[in-house]
Design a protein around this ligand. Structure first.
Ligand code: ZN
Ligand code: FE
Length: 256
């Protein structure tokens, strides 16, 4: 696509802080912790040019202040007072450029996990925080099944080849759940073998793609007969619309 690469800096148990790099320039998505990012930038001889935040949770923004002490950079994020370090507030449809990377990002509002959650889409890459996970979705801390359904549908409408960079390494557990929902879905079995092999080598399972998410992720498949039927069995009553299917499988996953 171009000469931009994306490197996963690990933080906490299973967070990924995504570092975009091109030449000596770097930008960072969801730095929950400053130190591992500072270490990486120094080791690689990179200068930080921007911070992007998808939502206010500490494991995604906790490193902003520490990075800002070393680098005077813009912080792109949602309209939400709970992230006081954001300097460029963004809403649905906004666009902004990272000149060093030749990228223009578009912003999507994707409430569900939190009420002000946003995603960044540009250069064929999607940074979607804790809303869309590889073969899963985030918990509904501040949103409804309807909001999550609309948000996921927005992301599912992106081109098939879109690279999906989410905030956590949850893929193996998500695939195990997806298999319980749709045991006969061949894409889930193929992906599970791949993901298990990657984790055995301690490699990330990300990015995934929108095409793969549409084939395997039950939360993007709430209109598919197999998912509707499995959710109905779990709920003990027939379900008619995708929003109630999503609500049921989200609860099911919470207790899985
Ligand atoms: Zn979160
Ligand atoms: Fe998170």
């Amino acid at each position: 696509m171009n000469d931009i690469s994306v490197f996963p800096v690990r933080a906490f148990q299973d967070n990924y802080i995504w570092v975009l790099r091109r030449g000596g320039d770097a930008a960072v998505v969801d730095p929950g912790d400053a130190q591992p990012v500072l270490d990486y930038l120094r080791a690689e001889g990179l200068r930080l040019g921007a911070i992007l935040n998808t939502h206010h949770h500490a494991d995604h923004v906790g490193g902003n202040a520490g990075l800002l002490r070393h680098y005077r950079v813009p912080v792109y994020g949602p309209y939400d007072d709970r992230i006081p370090t954001v300097s460029q507030r963004l809403r649905e449809g906004d666009r902004f450029s990272l000149a060093e990377f030749g990228i223009e990002f578009s912003v999507f509002e994707i409430p569900g996990h939190t009420r002000s959650h946003i995603a960044f889409y540009g250069a064929g890459m999607l940074f979607c925080g804790d809303t869309l996970f590889a073969c899963g979705c985030g918990r509904l801390f501040e949103g409804t099944p309807r909001q999550m359904h609309v948000s996921l549908a927005k992301l599912a409408a992106l081109p098939d080849a879109t690279q999906v960079y989410c905030g956590h390494e949850y893929t193996v557990a998500n695939l195990r759940f997806a298999k319980a929902v749709e045991p006969a879905n061949p894409e889930i079995a193929i992906w599970e073998r791949e993901a298990n092999a990657q984790r055995a080598k301690n490699e990330p399972t990300l990015p995934s793609t929108i095409a793969r998410e549409k084939r395997a992720n039950p939360f993007l498949r709430c209109d598919q007969p197999g998912v509707i039927e499995a959710a109905g069995r779990h709920a003990g009553k027939p379900l008619k619309d995708p929003v109630s299917v999503l609500g049921v499988i989200r609860d099911w996953k919470n207790n899985f």
